[in-house]
Each structure stands twice: as structure tokens, then as C-alpha cells.
Write a new protein. Sequence first.
Lengths: 529, 716, 256
Amino acid sequence: MPAERKQVLDEVAARWNGRVQLSPEDGSESAYRLECEPAELSEVCNWLFSDLHYSFGGLVVEQLTRWELRYVFYGGPGAGWLHVLTHLAPSDYRVPSVSRLVHAADWHEREVEDLFGLVFEGHPRLGDFVLHDDAWHEGVAPMRKSFDGRQPVTHRAPDQNWKPRQIVEEAGAFLMPIGPIYATATGPVHFQLETVGEDVIRVQPRLFYAYRGLEKIAEGRRAEDVLLIAERISATSAFAHSLAVCQAVERICHMEVPPRARALRIFVAEFERLRHHVAAIEGICESTGLAVAAAQASILEEDLLRLSCVLTGHRYLFGLGTFGGLTINLDDSACNRAAAQVREVAEKLSRLERMLSISSSFLDRLEEVGHVSAGEAGDFGLVGPIARASGVSRDMRKAQPYSGYDQIEFEVPHESEGDGYARLRMFFREAAQSVRIISTVGQAVPGGQVRAPEVSFRPGAALGWVEAPRGAALHWIRLGEDGVVDRYRIITPSFANWHGFRLAAENFAFQDFPIILATFALSVHENDR
Amino acid sequence: MTSMGLLLVIIVALCGAGVVLPLAIEERRTPAIVGWFGACAAGVLLCFSGASLFAGAPFHATLWTIPSLATLTLSLDRLSALFLFISGLVLLPGSIFAAGNLHRYMGRYSLRAFSVLYFALYATLVLIPLSADAVSFLMLWESMSILIYLLVNYEDEMEEHLRAGYLMLAVGEAGTLLIALAFIVLANNGSLEFVAMEAGGGALGEYARWAVFLLAFFGFGVKAGLIPVNFWLPQAYAAAPDAFVPVLAGATLNLGLYGIVRVNGDLLPVAAIGPGLVALIVGSVTALLGILYATTQSDLKTMLAHSSIENAGIITAALGAGFIFVALAHPSLAAIAFAAAFYHMVNHSIYKALLFFATGAVDSNTGTRNIDRLGGLIKAMPLTALFFLVGALSIAALPPFNGFVSEWLTLQAMLQSAGLASTGVKIVFALCGAILALTAALAVTCFVKAFAMSFLGMPRSDSAAQARSARASATIPMAFLAVLCFILGVTPTYVIPVLDGAIAPIAEQARAADALVPPFFAGNVHHGELPASFVADFHALGAQVGQSVMPGRGLIVMHRGGAANPVVFAMSTTYMAVVLALMLLATYVVFRLIVARSRAVERRAVWDGGIRRLLPEMTYTGTGFSNPVRVIFEAVFRPTTVEDTRETVGKHFRAAIRRTHGENHVLDRLVLNPIADAALWVSNGFARMHHGFLNAYVLYGLIALIVALLIARFSS
Amino acid sequence: MSQWVIKGLRTGVKSTRYPRAEETAAGISPGLPTAATLPLEVAQSLVARCPADALELAPAGVDVNLRRCIHCFRCVRGTNSPLGWEHSYEWATAVSGGNDQKRQFGPAFDRSVHILVVDTGDCGACLNEVRQLNNPYYNMHRLGFFLTPTPRHADVLLVVGALTDHMRVPLRKAYDAMPSPKRVVAVGACALSGGIFGRSFMCAGGVAELLPVDVEVPGDPPPPLAILHGLLVAVGRKPPARLHRAVSDSVGNASG
């Protein structure tokens, strides 16, 4: 056991002696569970989050014989996972909120309140989140086992009395509504901007227009089919999510993934990250109206999409991941050709970066715009390149290595300014680094099988995680008999970063808003699920 | 008694009846008295002043002599007649509007008191331009100040009204004092009659002339709303009852300008460019500050008050330009500038009264004047919206309405300064012209906001949503004035000659009509008298169109220059109106043709981005609309943050963001507050002297005696 | 700024020649399974492998209902008897019944069609492929297609996604706000049939549940050229394809 983890466990035992039950998580070598009474929950979570600087991964709620609430935390390299657990009687729906102290848990608790009907006492902002109060049936909690997710619901006419919450009290303040249909080809999201003209004083995104109930419809389906759902959480990080599901199932079923498959998974995952970052760069260029740069980046994006298709048969890498490996073998020559093409893209990308870095009118729109401080990024639990642009350098590939990332030499880049330009630089630096990893891995893909022999499903539950292009993605799967999924919890990086988006967008002028939005590279689909 | 005298007696008698009758009859009939007697008196006033203005009918009456002071006389020349005529144009619809509007005060305030004060003021307004000696003028002026104070304080239970009233009274008295001093300096030969003053003015030295100009300019400037003595105006206008404020803006403001013109143009005409420059600069800055504060106001009435300051500024700037041209011996340019000033004054009285009527109608139907709480009124109050729009277009100086003609003339007159010799003067003109152009642009912003945010979109409050249409006593006066706005806008060639007559007392040799409406149109001038090039240009412009339809004059205002440059500028709002109407008609016809050919017009709900319900809270507020102006001119507004708090639950849950900005008017900041501070400092000093030691008081007495003796010794 | 102009010029012309000529670059389409004549046993096992019910048992083999295919590749990978696979992209079909006179475009729409894209809950793939139509490779402007953010200017409503409960009102409002004549193009398996999300408490299972659809573009996601084909079909500049590939009409055509 690494020293860091042992130290934390000793500290838990000493500090919370008797009040917190410490035990290793089933089937996992790096996870420990801390069981406590609901009353202690807030204090334990706050201690992990604020004192030990563990990151809050997410909240997993399960309706077993009793309610189980699992607050997932993870530390830096070697520190492993800590699952803070608390249980409620089946008829008990009230639990103290932790989000006043651990603000990163805010949206998780709101989501659970909406979908499970559990009330987080002390949470100041419950209701109207996943299920819109003016459209959904009051009191219906779809994630409960008693709710049949296969049946369509009767549609409710919009509530004419519902009003959004306004908190800005200033003469002449008004609410500027944007969306859900608001620009050319964007995901559906509705922004409520409170303003008195010119400056945006408060931003409230109203999300979940694309809520497809994926966690619910996964229940009762076979694990392979859930893999297809995972791919379609967000197409721009399809492979990352499918990889997280694969790892969770492999952990439950004690499957060994062949070395070749592990290497190819890194190869494809980094390829996907590169493509995502190129698209994000394109979005930023387009938001500032720099048409030529946007066109250049979009050429690269299309090149990479075509390369995906040539390499794996699908432009968005659908149908590639499977339990125990990959569905097809990417032969060495194809990998080498792909790596060579990727290096070509990287070269064009670095030329683009050089040109952008001397386009002053472009930089004016990004520098010192949409600033997020390291402290805020930490408190809101931001992840991925957005957090790293603010100096929070946690990366799943280093913090909790998977799929053999610990055997590769690479650095996690990070910036400290936390403004729009820092985020743009993050995308460029991470893209360049992905290319390096692709080259390294592509040169020496181990031989052998690309897929483990047939899966033998076992009941159980496990967490799978990846550093998706947008940041940490956590998938919790509980399998029943015969590989039927009993509970599927999806925690996505966009969910975390949408939560913190307002930090950047507030107190800037209207015309900066789309640019700040572009620098966050958020996905509505990944958030809404 | 002459027929003119009879008319004046009828006016005064009607006013007297308006003062006395309400005391004798039921209170609920008072509005009828205000309406009928006020309108009748205004009708007679229009005849009385019109007879002089259009036909030059003379009027002169000697009342009685106050021994050792002056003989009180009333006299009417065309200048006085112009101001009286404007007052009549405002008081006629104003009285009808007041009659309808007064009903809302029934039971809360004494309607009798209103009637008494209203008619007393009515009479003073009529008599002030007639008075031809300093004593009667000052007595009337002082009664006007007090009556206005009482009327502004009509709704006396509100503290801000009382404060506004006191401030107004204080500044007004200071103004009267300055005016009295000006008359004292003018009356250097002992006579307080205007005729004598005019005759003796030539004997005054340069310093005395400057003193008279400055005393009169700033003394009358109080009522006219010029910086730096206008800080009372927005508050007082906002406090004044809706039934009275149109009179305030449409008549009493003009009397301030009348005073300036009468003293500085007629009694002691400015002879040097200095005073003209002062008037030009003060006027331009007044205009800019007025429109800046108007644009950022969210209270309709206060906004209109600030806009009155702006208009007074434009008029004063034009007057200043006229003074400069007179001093530099450019009589025809001076006449254009004066004509522009008077034209603008007529226009301002009319459209401002119209806008105040509309605001009053909105206020009495919705209970609020706050633009941020209005919206969507066009559905409930279509006529009010239409007339407000006419007023807004006029005040924003858009053709074919009247504001365009006078602002265009003002700017054209200022552009003619390019021909002056002095570079310094040219630079001042250029800067002031630029300021006025900026003012005109901001005025468009201001009134786009006022109209769009109040009448279009969605109602932003329940009271706005439940508005009903305005009553006829409001719409008829508005309609009357709206029609006037249009007529004055399309017939400048008929208006300018009339104004020309009014200019006569202040610029004898100047004839604006000669320059602007060439006698060519009259038909009785031989073409041979005009340069051939001029006639050619003229034909090229097609100016003869309409000559047969509207015999006597053409429809083009054009500045006639010399032989080298026969036509300096030309413009025809008449043709503009015709062309605009034809274009609208053509658009409509084409649209109908296309639509009729394809399919019926489909009407769909407002596109709101697909949200489930568009709420009134989601529409732009007036404050939001004008926020860019506030940001750009932050140096002027210099807002102070009174409150900027974030109420949070935990560390990051926000419960409320409260922001309040204080705004210290730039004049308060730069003028009023330093004066107040200084006065406080001085009085504190005096307070320190009162410490109760007997010896010290003896010492004070001794020092005073010595000082007095010294003064007596050296002054003799 | 001049360096960007030069950069743009030096990049040269990238645009495809489609629809005047066929596009042959690699990686432009994930392709679709083809119907095949197969022994019953094999056919049954293949049909069972399909998670989206896109394969149908036919008397002589397997029929493919392209409207349902989600490119999971299970009928070609990990099986000993894979179906055939074609790398075409002209997949769009016109829905019969969408021939209402008020919905037909006249000649005025030949070279100028404005498109409102509404995402009613997809995974971002179809949306991203629609966005690619604006990149220099596909450059839909050259064909007179323009994206617009408001339904007021839109002639074509292009819908991607499975129609979530929350997007019903916005979609309906967008459609109602569009002027006539207007056509609806449903893009992607989700918009056609609900795709992998199917019909559930949140998903209605296809746009046709709410709006009359004129053109259907299958695929998960359909590649940019397929969407472009859909738009060309919508304005009548390209003939539609058929979405039900049956064994009977592909005999001799389908490779095993």
C-alpha cells in the first residue's frame, strides 16, 4: 500500500474513531469505504475535501434494500479512492446536505433530489434542475425502482405560473433569455442572464433539455447494450466513456485486458482527446469571428474524423470498445500510418497556434476574459483542461492511472492564469502532448490478442474512470445476474464544468459571453445524459 | 377703448372669473371651469397676440404712475406677441387637458385651490410679456415665481415635492434678485420704463454692459433652465402636477428666454462678441448635459424635464450665435440664427406639452411613470402611443416634423460661421456645433428608448398590463398639438416670415425671410433683380413646384448667398413629407400585390428561443437600453456605488446580489455642493463669534465703527 | 490580419465536388450493412445480435431497415458470418405523405435555403456532423444552404436527436414560428426512431411523433454528405434513396 494512502487511512481511524467504519471496497485494490451516520456526513466530506484536498468525484445513490449514498472522493497519485457511504431506511427521504461545505456536491445533490426524491436538508437551491418545474409532474421521481422508465409519460402543459428565480436587485435589472434554440447548430441549453444592460451580472444555465434518462433506461438492459448507451452520452468523447464502462465491468468480472488492447486503448483515447481539442480550438476561433483560423481548425477536425473512420470504421469511434479489449485489431502498420498523419496534423496545429499567438485582435478577446481562480476552480470541483488552466492540475491519468498510463512517460501541462487565453493554450498543449503519447504508444504496440476471451458476467458493482477529453469521467455500474445492469451512474466532466461556468461568465460584457462559453468547450449532451 | 384693449380685458376677466367662481360653486365643477375658461381665455389670447404677430396691430396702455418710481405701462410688440401666441397655443389644449386630469385629485387635494392658482398664474403669464417697465415686470415676475412654487407644491404631502419646491423658490428668488440688479444698472438715467432704458443704454460703459448681460442672462436663465442655475428644474418638473407641468415647460420656460431676449436683444443690444460667446457655450453645454441626463432617466416626467433643459440649451445656443453675428455685423446670418431660436422655441413648447400630456395620460392610467415598469401600452392606449410617437419624432428632430426644421436651421446657422474672420470664434462655433450634433444624436437614443420601452414590448408590471385607453380630454389636446407638430414641420416657408416679424425689435436690419424664403416666390419680383446663376440653381432644384398649388410662396427653405455661391443650402420638408408618404404608399401597394398573389399573412407568436413562456421580466428595461450611454459618459455621471452586496448561503450559494448606484448630478457636484459647503463654512465661522463674552462684542462694535469711518473718509 | 488572408489562400480549394461528382475520399462515411441472402440459422443469429432491431428476418435471408441502424458493427464484427457493408452516403429518403402543397418549395428555393438546426436530445454526433457541413471540405454555402439561428428565416427545420420531453415545446414553437412553405428533415437514427434511446419516459422515439417529417436521413450519425444529400432531397435537387434494403431487391447486388 502506498504511503500516502496508509497515512490517510490511519488518520481516518484516529480522527473518526468509531464513528466512521473503514473497510476496503469490494474487488478494488485502491478504494476504501468510509461508512458513517448521515449526521456525520457533512463533516467527514468537508474534512476530506477541505483539509486533505481530496477531489470530489461525485455522488452515487442506489436504492438497494435501503438507500445507499456514496460520495466518491479521490486523491493525488498513490492516494487512491475514498467512498464516503451513508445509509437511509427505505422510507426515509431526508439527508443532511454537504454542499454548503463541499460546494462541488451542489449539483449532484440537486440531481438526486429531482430524480430520486431524496431531500437534502439545508441545501438552499433544490428543485427545477434535471426535471423542469414548469414541465414535469410534481412529485414524480423517475429514478426510483418503482417508476417504469419504459413507459412514456403523459406530457404536461407548460406551467403558466412558473417564474425563474431572479436574485439581482438593481434598478432596471432584467432577465435576458437565450435559447434553448439560440444559435446555429448548438446543443439545447437555456441561459438566463441577469443584467442591467452591457454587463452580465449573473448567469444561470438551465440545462437538461437533452436529458434522455440514460441512467434509467440502462437499468434492466444487458451490459453490452449499456456500452452502446455510454458511447452515445457524448459523441465527442464516446470512446472515453465506453472505456470507463469497460473498465468498471472488467473490474466486476475480474477480467484481464490483454496488453495490446491496453496500449491501443491509450492510442485511441489520446486520438479522441486530440480531435476534441482541435474542435474546441475551432470553436474558440469561431466565437471571436476569426474565420480563417476557424476554417483551418475545422479542416484538421475533419481530417481527424476521416482518419478515425479509416482506422476504426466509424468517425466517432462508435462500436470500438468492448469488455476485455477492442472489437477490432488495429494492425501495426495502420497504427503507424495513423500516427504519422496525426503528427502532420500536430505540425499544422502548432503553426496555427503560432499565428494565433501574434493576432492581437484575437488575443484581446481572450486575455483576462472569463477568469476563474484556482480557489474557485477547486471549490466548484472543476475538472480537465478547464481546471488545469486555473492551476488545478489533477488528471485521472496521473492521479488514478488506468489502462497502463502509469507505464508511459508524460507530463500533465497546466497554466495558472485561468482566463480564456490560458484555456486556449491548455487545449494546444494537451493536443500536442496527446500526439506525443500517440507516437510513443504507436511505435511499440505489444503483440498478442486485442480482446480477452468471452466475458463471464458476475454480479457486483464497481467504478470505472477515465480522463475524458473534457476531464474526469466516473461510471458506476452495478451488475445483477447474467450481465443485466441494475444501476448505472454516469458522472461526466461537463456536469462539473457547467456548474462552474458562471464563475467565468459573470461580470463580463454580453459580447464576451459566447467567447467565454467557447473557451469552456462544454457539452450539453455530456452534461444532460 | 380699442378692440385690442377689449380683448385683453376679456382675457383678464376670464382669469378673474377662474379665480373667483370656483369659490362660489361645487368643487366637482371646478375642472369644467378650468377647462372652459382656460380654453376660452387662450382662444382670445391667440386672437389678441395673433393680431399683432400676423397683422402688426399695436397695443399700448398706460395704467397708473407710482410716484418716484415709474409709470406702469403695458405694451405689445411683435416679440411679445410671439411669446403670447406660444403661451396661447399651449394653454388652449393645456386647460382642456387639466380639466380632465384634475379628476384624479378629487377628494385628495383642493381643486378650488388649483383653479385659483392656475388662473392667477394664467394672468401673470399674459401680462409679463406686455409689461413695459421694470416695476410692473418685477412685480409680475415675482408673483409668477410664488404662484409656480405653490402649484409645484400642489401635492404637498410628499416630502420630495416640498424639497423640490423650496429649492426652486430659493433659486428663483436669487434669479429675481439678479434681474432686479440688471434693471437697476440699466436704469442709469433714473427711469425704470423700458423705453427710457432702451434710449439711455448707449451711455453705459463696457463693464456696465457686461454686468447687465451677465445679471440678466443668468437671472432669467434660472427660469429658462440654463446651467449652472437649473439644478432645481428636473425635481420641480417631476413634482408639479400633470395638469400644470405642460404650462411650466411650454410657457414659463419661454418667459425666461423672453427676458434674455428682451434685455440683451432689445433694451441693451449686445455690441461685442463676448456675451454672444457666453450664451453660445452655456447653451451648448446645457443642451449636452440636459440630453445626457434625460437619456439615462427612467422616470418619464423627469426625463422630459431634462430634455427641456436640452432644448433651452439649443435655443440659447442659437440666440448666442445670433448675438455674435449681430456683433460682427452679419445681419442676415443673425436673423437666421434668431429665427432658428424662435422656431425651436415654438416647437419645443408644442411637442414638450404634447409629450407631457401623453406622460400624464400614461401616469393616470397606469399609476406609474417609471419606464422600467411600463411597456406594451400601445395595445391599450393606441392613440396616446401614436401622439407620443409624433412628439418623440419631433423632439428627436426627424423629418417631416417640426423639430427637424429648427434644429437643421440652428446647425446651418452655426455652419455659416465658417465665413467669419476670427479663428477663435470659428473654433468655438465648431466645438459648439459638434456638441449640438452629439446632442441631436443622443436625443434620438433618448426618445427611441422612451417610446419603445414604454409603448412596445410586453407590460412589465400589472398596472401597465391593466392600462385603459386615455380619455378624450387627453387625446384631443394631444391630437391638436400633434397636428401642429406636423404643420410646423412641413410649412417652414410660411412660419419663417412670421418669426421674421418677431425678430424685428432685436435686430432691426435683419430679415431672415429675405435670406431663407427669397422674395422670388412672391411672384411680384422681377427675375431680373436676381443673379442669373441663382435663378438657374433654383430651377434645377425644382423649387417652383407647388408654386401654383400654394400660391405666394414655394416650399423650399434655402439660404440665398452671394453671386459666387447663389444657394448656400436648401431643404424642403414639404417635399420630404410628400416623398415619404409616396414611398410608404408604394411599399404598401407592392407588399399587398405580392401578398395577394401568394398567400395570406401568417401571424405567429414572438420567437423567444423556444422557452415555455416569455415573461415580462425578460424584456429590455429602459435602464438597460440606455446603459451604454451611462457607461460611455461615466466621467460625467460619475456614479457612486451605494451598495454592492452579495448575500450568500454557505460560501458559494448566492441568495441575492444587491446593487444601488447613487448619482450626484454634475452641477450639484461642481456648483451647488461647493456653494453649500462654503455657506456652511462661513456660517460656522459666524457661529463661533457668538461665544457670549461682552468684551468681544464691544470690540466687534469698535472695529465696525472704524471700518465705517474709513470707508466714509475714502469714498467722499 | 494579412497573414490570415495569405494562409487562407495558400490552403487552396478543399471542397468536395459532390453533388456534381462522387466524393471518393477515405473516411467520409461509416457505411451501412447490406441485406444478404443467408441460411435461416445464420440469419437468426445475426438478427439476435442487432441491438437496435435494424435487421429483419426475411424468407431468404436478412433485410436491413436502415432507419434503425446505429453502426454498432455487431453484424460484421465478432461473428463468423458477417453481413455485407457498403460505404455509400446517399441515404436520405423522402417520406411519402409529406407532399402537402403548402410544404412544397417553389423554384425560388433552388439556390437559397435557410436551415434551422434543432437538437432535441442527441449525443452530439449528428449535431457535429451538421456543423461539419460548414467546414471547407463540404462548404454547404456553395449549394445555397445556410444555417440560421432563428426560425423566422428558416425554410428547413433540420432535427437531430431523440425528442426528449423537455424539447417538445421548443421544437413545436420553432416549427410554428417558421414561415410556410417549410419542410422538416430528420437526421440520424435517434430522430427517426429513437435510436439506442428508443421510446422511454423521456424520449418520444423520433421526431415524427410531433411533426410531419418530409425527409429522413438515417445513420448514427449520418456523415456530412448523407445530410447534404438529405437537404438536396428536401429541395428536390437529388432523388431520394430507399431505407428498407430487402434481400429480394438486392439480389445480385449485395455481396455476402
